[in-house]
Design a protein around this ligand. Structure first.
Ligand code: XIL
Length: 350
């Protein structure tokens, strides 16, 4: 008892100190609310992040990732892609995806399956064969059925990036061999594999109105009319600092009006050139607030996911050399002003 009376004041003094230290570098940034908690307060299902199995050994990173107050949803950045899950025809490798699925399950987070049909990250057996349309239809159906069935009860990006930026169909192996039919084929296979999964089409550069968003709306309308199972549009939201569209809310509302839900699925806001100055970081904060605020304001925008939360593991520098710093935590896993932009977006709604 005596020990407790000595220790308790010490513990609370320590937490006051650690909280004020946490606040110091954040200047006017005073909120210490977790992002998943902030999302719940805005009536969203989750705030989530992409992650990768080889990042899970980083203990500081893992500690943050695991925290349910911070993240309520995970998307595997690589582990459920085709080359990882079906490296040879009919040979399914689920181990890496299972690690992330187990982590989500243990920490009570939603899991977003990513993805069934994309033009990228395909194994050689898929890309090096000349398929007839019926053969390729079977390949798509088998793949989607098996992975959605293995990771059942989830949200799935069934189709990833079907359009070019000008709104025309991307000329992928799928489109060139099957035409637009590959979309209903994959969606039906996914529905058969899991009647309860939320089935999405996911795309970038559809955050605001434009030719690509228009084509996506047309596609959703057609799928709905034809009775094809489609539950949501994934708005990736890979954006550039200072260039975030001003009509995000209206655009999201137009998707929702077609009878689907929406989610921000891969949010990051990159700097073209590095390092950013203080004004740049403040602009990035505003940009995160604008995007999150638009989702917060649209009832059927169900959640927001960042495409990894730290610059340490962001995909941007690897894909766009010289660019980066796109995430709300920096390379040292310290919060950036962008973090508070997310909190403000959930609180204020735009
Ligand atoms: C990226 C991953 O982050 C990288 O690790 C991988 O090497 C390539 O793919 N849009 C998507 C994601 O839908 O699957 C991409 O992820 C980023 C762009």
């Amino acid at each position: 008892m005596l020990l407790l009376t000595i220790l308790l004041p010490l513990a609370s003094a320590a937490s006051v100190i650690s909280r004020s230290v946490d606040r110091l570098p954040a200047r006017e940034d005073t909120s210490t609310v977790g992002l998943n908690d902030a999302a719940h307060q805005a009536n969203k299902l989750y705030f989530g992040t992409a992650t990768n199995y080889d990042e899970l050994n980083d203990t500081t990173y893992f500690h943050l990732l695991d925290d349910i107050h911070m993240f309520g949803q995970l998307t595997p950045a690589k582990a459920m892609k085709w080359e990882e899950t079906e490296p040879e025809r009919g040979v399914f490798t689920f181990e890496q995806g299972d690690q992330i699925a187990a982590l989500a399950r243990q920490s009570g987070k939603y899991l977003r399956g990513h993805n069934c049909v994309w033009y990228n990250r395909l194994p050689a057996w898929v890309t090096n064969t000349t398929w007839t349309a019926p053969e390729l239809a079977e390949v798509v159906q088998e793949h989607c059925y098996n992975i959605v069935h293995h990771w059942r009860g989830q949200i799935w990006d069934v189709i990833n990036e079907p359009f070019n930026d000008d709104g025309t169909w991307r000329e992928t192996l799928w489109y060139n061999t099957l035409g637009t039919k590959y979309i209903p084929l994959a969606l039906h296979a996914a529905r058969k594999a899991d009647p309860h999964a939320k089935l999405y089409i996911n795309e970038y550069n559809i955050t605001g109105a434009g030719p690509k968003a228009t084509s996506m709306k047309k596609l959703i309308k057609e799928l709905k009319l034809a009775g094809v199972p489609i539950d949501g549009v994934g708005v990736q939201a890979h954006e550039v600092v200072g260039k975030v569209p001003s009509d995000i809310r209206k655009n999201l509302e137009e998707f929702v009006a077609l009878g689907v839900e929406v989610a921000i699925t891969e949010l990051d806001v990159m700097f073209y050139t590095l390092p950013p100055d203080e004004a740049g970081l403040q602009q990035q904060r505003k940009d995160f607030e604008t995007i999150v605020g638009a989702c917060a304001a649209v009832e059927r925008c169900v959640g927001v996911t960042v495409w990894d939360f730290t610059d340490k593991y962001s995909w941007i520098p690897g894909t766009f050399p010289g660019s980066g710093d796109a995430c709300p935590w920096d390379d040292n896993l310290q919060k950036k002003p962008a973090y508070y932009g997310i909190v403000d977006g959930f609180e204020k709604k735009h």
